[in-house]
Design a binder for this molecule. Structure first.
Ligand SMILES: [Zn+2]
Length: 309
């Protein structure tokens, strides 16, 4: 059986905590620390580098290769850069040991997008999505909804004639779409509603988590004067999707050497995926993003490969 040169996989994950991926000190309107957004749509996202960084660190933990955990450049000299047998961290995530010895990782991470976004309504929490958000999931369903209404995708909301979000009242409109084959928890699918691509960013941006926190002086352990700040976050319960492309290492040469696994096998796409998923597994307990010490950032990836196959 010949193995492909590359293999994409789409992951779905559910935020177990609010997730804050800072836009870097920018102040936006009402919050001090805003999160990164997609230019154009203005929808918050998680950049691929904010996924690959922690994934790398966690794969390093799981495989006891702590010195390979850091990114290239600064600290990159610590990377082992071993290709025979292939380092389970350096080869999937890349390494940079300076002149003549570096390699781009075989796993390519793409940005995580919001797929289903939880919003409180008078009918309880509903998960909002849009035709654009559902693109590329291979659902074999056409999604359609009027600009100024909602279409219930889940059974539980089929008989609702309107949704009251408090600040916004949405009537039910003619539409279509089917989430049956989407691998997310049933209770979320049952309460999923479709809104237009125009309305989706507005609903998301009006319902982000905004928290107030206090800077603590590390010397005294007390609150710094005037150190109250607010930050926004993607709320708990949000379902995100992100793609990773796994490239085969079969045709790679590093310093003239072929890449080989422990058992002298080829470094194929499934070997790369296995190493990366060891790291993704820890997103659920150790989290991603900033403010990890404040009960933030845990993301449960829903469709990891079963460990015994
Ligand atoms: Zn290494």
């Amino acid at each position: 059986m010949s193995e492909s040169i590359f293999k994409p996989k789409t992951y779905l994950g559910i935020a177990l905590d609010p997730i804050h991926i800072g836009a870097g000190g920018s102040r936006l309107g009402r919050v001090d620390l805003s999160i990164i957004r997609e230019p154009g749509t203005n929808i918050p996202k998680i950049p691929g580098t904010s996924l690959s960084g922690p994934a790398r660190a966690y794969t390093a933990m799981q495989t006891n290769r702590y010195s390979c955990a850091g990114r290239g450049g600064e600290g990159g000299e610590k990377h082992c850069g071993r290709v025979e047998p292939a380092c389970p961290v350096c080869v999937p995530y890349g390494f940079s040991k300076g002149t003549g010895s570096s390699m781009q990782g075989l796993a390519q991470f793409f940005d995580a997008q919001i797929l289903l976004f939880p919003v409180a309504s008078l009918a309880g929490t509903v998960w909002v999505t849009s035709p654009m958000a559902l693109e590329g999931l291979g659902l074999n369903s056409h999604f359609q909804v009027p600009d100024d209404g909602f279409y219930p995708l889940g059974e539980q909301l089929k008989d609702k004639e309107r949704l009251n979000f408090g600040w916004l009242m949405l009537p039910k409109g003619e539409g279509e779409g089917d989430l049956t084959n989407l691998p997310v928890p049933e209770e979320i699918k049952q309460r999923a509603v479709l809104v237009s691509d125009k309305l989706f960013p507005k609903i998301v941006n009006s319902n982000l988590e905004v928290r107030t926190s206090v800077s603590i002086d590390p010397q005294t352990g007390t609150a710094e004067e005037g150190a109250l700040f607010t930050y926004e976050a993607i709320p708990r319960g949000t379902v995100l999707k992100f793609d990773i492309i796994y490239n085969s290492g079969k045709y790679f040469r590093v310093r003239g050497k072929e890449l080989k696994t422990e058992g002298n096998g080829d470094v194929g796409t499934s070997w790369v995926k296995t190493q990366v998923e060891k790291g993704l597994k820890l997103f659920e307990t150790l989290g991603i993003g900033g403010m990890g010490t404040r009960g933030m950032g845990r993301l449960k990836v829903l469709n990891l490969e079963k460990e015994d196959c």
